[in-house]
Design a protein around this ligand. Sequence first.
Ligand SMILES: NC(=O)c1ccc[n+]([C@@H]2O[C@H](COP(=O)([O-])OP(=O)(O)OC[C@H]3O[C@@H](n4cnc5c(N)ncnc54)[C@H](OP(=O)(O)O)[C@@H]3O)[C@@H](O)[C@H]2O)c1
Length: 255
Amino acid sequence: MEKLILITGASSGLGEEFAFQLAAQGNSLLLVARRLERLQYIQRDIIKKHANVRVFCLCVDLNDASSGQQIMDYINSQGLPLNGVINNAGFGQRGQFSDIALSRQMDMLRVNISSLVSLSHLAIPLLAKHDGSFIINVASIAAFVAGPNLSVYYASKAFVLSFSEALYEELKKQGIKVSTLCPGPTDTEFFEQANMPKSPLFKHFVMDKHAVVKYALANQHKAIVIPGFVNKMSVLGAKFLPSSIARKLAYFIQK
Ligand SMILES: NC(=O)c1ccc[n+]([C@@H]2O[C@H](COP(=O)([O-])OP(=O)(O)OC[C@H]3O[C@@H](n4cnc5c(N)ncnc54)[C@H](OP(=O)(O)O)[C@@H]3O)[C@@H](O)[C@H]2O)c1
């Protein structure tokens, strides 16, 4: 039976990589982002490599309060069975909270949090109809600590982690797997979007997006998925260090 997987933020980075790896497993895809031409380029590339899958593209701005409903309306209009949702779209903005335009920070909350909550809620009834369905919510290792100089971004990822862990327990009985992917620095467009320089520290510890997504898909049965040894150690450090020290370290890294 054809399986459709929805991927938000599929026009670059981790979302694009999820698209390629899931298509290689024989899944049909609905790719969502604002840059339609990028989605269509990825669509053509996937179909060239995997003629057996169908790829649909939808240009949606997740800042829009009705974006979740727009996506569900599209899925319903196509009569496609939804088997998975990857809430991946997100962005950060480096700088002091008081210096960054409030509108930019509110946009971040809408994309990183509101759209993810809305899509999860709207998708659950569709996912519950099929065996083996799943949600992957993309958080970050930033979810485990306060992040001065990226305060709203870190806090948004803490929300994603807490929310998704709760869903993991709630949806178990309906047979829907929920996992929270918590990557560390990964080589994508994220850093340019967030106005973050790729520091020597970044160059040393950055992961390849292929490895991150491969690990995420292989560990979907886990509630929390942290790819990479250094990232696992960072999370362990954030858990066991006093928060006064952990947040100072995060501040030092984000300066
Ligand atoms: N890269 C890292 O180091 C890292 C580490 C931890 C967590 N993450 C998380 O990983 C996820 C993916 O990011 P990435 O690293 O792959 O960065 P990326 O290459 O910048 O990709 C971000 C994606 O989000 C989409 N997006 C942003 N705003 C949107 C909006 N308003 N409406 C619809 N789509 C929107 C972008 O598409 P359009 O611009 O075409 O709309 C793009 O496809 C994010 O949630 C990020 O927080 C990344």
